[in-house]
Design a protein around this ligand. Structure first.
Ligand SMILES: [Zn+2]
Ligand SMILES: [Zn+2]
Length: 94
């Protein structure tokens, strides 16, 4: 017997009701999240990374990030949520 372990992505659909896709205008989009799971023998046992919620269209495969972009309150540049300081003006993040 040998062990098969690894981290694999798993797409999770968060809502049953289809939503209107901003790309094609049809009601074919769903909120989905791609989580990463540590798996043993291809069975996910532990979630290691929680993905961001994205609106995914079944038809045009468009991904729309539903989380509003984080902007610097000083210079209004879009900044990564992990940043502690704004990379553009050095303002501490809030
Ligand atoms: Zn679409
Ligand atoms: Zn800034």
């Amino acid at each position: 017997m040998f062990l098969i372990a690894g981290v694999q992505p798993k797409t999770k659909t968060l809502d049953k009701e289809a939503k209107i896709c901003p790309g094609c205008g049809l009601k074919t989009a769903h909120n989905q999240r791609i989580d990463h799971y540590f798996s043993l023998f291809f069975i996910p046992v532990l979630r290691v990374k929680k993905g961001e919620t994205m609106l995914t269209c079944d038809r045009c495969r468009q991904f729309v990030n539903t989380n509003p972009a984080r902007r610097c309150r000083r210079c209004n540049q879009v900044m990564d949520p992990d940043f502690k300081f704004c990379p553009f003006c050095g303002d501490p993040a809030h």
